[in-house]
Design a protein around this ligand. Sequence first.
Ligand SMILES: NC(=O)c1ccc[n+]([C@@H]2O[C@H](COP(=O)([O-])OP(=O)(O)OC[C@H]3O[C@@H](n4cnc5c(N)ncnc54)[C@H](O)[C@@H]3O)[C@@H](O)[C@H]2O)c1
Length: 167
Amino acid sequence: MGILSGKKALIVGVASKLSIAYGIAEAFAREGAELAFTYQNEKLQPRVEKFAEQWGSKLTFPCDVASDEEIEQVFTELNKHWDHIDIIVHAVGFAPGHELDGNYVDVTTREGFRIAHDISSYSFVALAKGARDDARRQLTDYSELPGCRAGTAELQRDGAGQSLARG
Ligand SMILES: NC(=O)c1ccc[n+]([C@@H]2O[C@H](COP(=O)([O-])OP(=O)(O)OC[C@H]3O[C@@H](n4cnc5c(N)ncnc54)[C@H](O)[C@@H]3O)[C@@H](O)[C@H]2O)c1
């Protein structure tokens, strides 16, 4: 029996086999977790659905993490399938392409910096809010669960990401 046997995990950030989220999903599936996925847009949908299927999941939902409405919709839909959620993996990153090319100080703008932080880091908080707002879900930092520390370290060797687990 795997260390995540019986756990339900929402994975956000799979785009390809090279995605950190892909490695995490693979490790989670190997350890017995039940998985659900989001995809950023329609272009990624078929690919993420195919990946999900290989890990025995039919739960895939659209979610641009810049949108609180789309985040809310994910949990509304997930709620129809799961009575709780144990883990959220957030492995998302974005910055405007033209601000990644050239001298950092020259190409970085206030707006580009804001967008990068909104998508790459704030969205983790937005997802946690979306999950928490469902009264049945009480999330705490995964690393705070003593019994889970070894498991966290093991999974991080397969691919690090930010995660939350149910307390
Ligand atoms: N690859 C590395 O070496 C490395 C190192 C340190 C940190 N990171 C960070 O890890 C995270 C994942 O990176 P990765 O290497 O797996 O890259 P990746 O391109 O495979 O994954 C990035 C994911 O972010 C998603 N995404 C971007 N904008 C989004 C939006 N608006 N809404 C929803 N999803 C969105 C993409 O669809 C993709 O699935 C990023 O935050 C990255 O900065 C990566």
